[in-house]
Design a protein around this ligand. Structure first.
Ligand code: AMP
Ligand code: MG
Length: 292
């Protein structure tokens, strides 16, 4: 990847290009096949684009981790929330973008339909338990947003209940941010047509059967209701401390690069320094030399 291309693209941060604007949101306003900010021409340039992020990403992640280890009281952490319709590529992003950093610094949690134990609690109970600890990058594969997405579309609780949740989510995220966690929310935006192609591919390939869930077709049948629910979540929970980004997801190579770059920008923005030695470096050098 040519250096100049990278620095040119970096002049407008990807976070500004993908941030959901404030005001009314309609999913029709977002192009799932777009590639804003990509520092290359097309898919052929994608491996190099991703590769060029790797060393900075691992360096930044290690700093965050080291800082968390050395100063637990002021430890920072990052929470990446991944939401999207089936086949939008939450798993692919975790493998190809998050996979660029040391797995020891990553806390991954996938949220499925709540268990009986979880259902007996407030819906944020299981979310709080999964928040990243100091120095860690937390990844939510689905999240508290399911409680205003599938729950709203499927009327799993009455409207009077889910409609209160947007404010509750904002308050919750404000609390999480205040405790030192930087929140990055990514909606992986796959088109209706591309989802069909991906579901077909799953049915045509025995090595992909495991990814296919007959229930996915039920959600697909309610696509407009899901888009409305996404738009509401993106509109009502798009605060500066917990912003929403819409990641065009029809091109897997762009999607993976975009999330990796957003993570890089986020980590760089934390401006975390390597911890200072809490011992006398010169004296230790002398001791080591003496120890031979
Ligand atoms: P997957 O991510 O494909 O493994 O699917 C997980 C399933 O769990 C999806 O169908 C989600 O809609 C469902 N799910 C996740 N969170 C909730 C929730 N809070 N309430 C109901 N269903 C949920
Ligand atoms: Mg699925």
């Amino acid at each position: 990847m040519a250096k100049t291309k990278q620095s040119k693209a970096a002049s407008v941060p990807l976070s500004s290009l993908l941030r959901v604007p404030s005001g009314p949101v309609s999913m029709a306003d977002f192009d799932p096949a777009a590639t804003p900010g990509f520092p290359g021409r097309d898919k052929d340039d994608a491996p190099a684009a991703l590769e060029s992020l790797t060393s900075e990403l691992s360096d930044l992640q290690e700093r965050l981790y080291a800082h968390g280890r050395s100063d637990a009281e002021h430890a920072r952490s990052v929470l990446v929330v991944l939401q999207g319709m089936d086949t939008s590529g939450k798993g692919g992003v975790i493998r190809h973008a998050i996979g660029l950093v040391d797995p020891q610094g990553v806390q991954l949690k996938s949220f499925k339909a709540p268990t009986a134990e979880e259902r007996a609690q407030h819906y944020l109970w299981r979310i709080r338990k999964a928040l990243p600890s100091g120095g860690m990058i937390g990844i939510f594969d689905r999240s508290h947003y399911e409680d205003v997405l599938v729950v709203r579309v499927e009327s799993l609780v009455p409207e009077s209940e889910w409609s209160r949740r947007y404010d509750e989510l904002n308050a919750f995220e404000a609390e999480v941010a205040a405790s030192g966690t930087t929140i990055v929310k990514c909606m992986l935006n796959v088109s209706f047509e591309e989802q069909l192609a991906r579901l077909k591919a799953r049915l045509d390939d025995p090595t992909k059967y495991w990814k296919y869930n007959p229930g996915d077709l039920d959600a697909r049948a309610k696509w407009p209701a899901y888009m409305e629910a996404y738009a509401a979540a993106l509109e009502r929970c798009n605060t500066d401390i917990a912003p929403w980004y819409v990641i065009p997801a029809d091109r897997k190579w762009y999607r993976n690069w975009a999330v990796a770059e957003l993570l890089r920008e986020t980590l760089a923005g934390l401006d975390v320094d390597w911890p200072k030695a809490d011992f006398d470096v010169a004296a230790e050098k002398v001791r080591l030399a003496a120890a031979g």
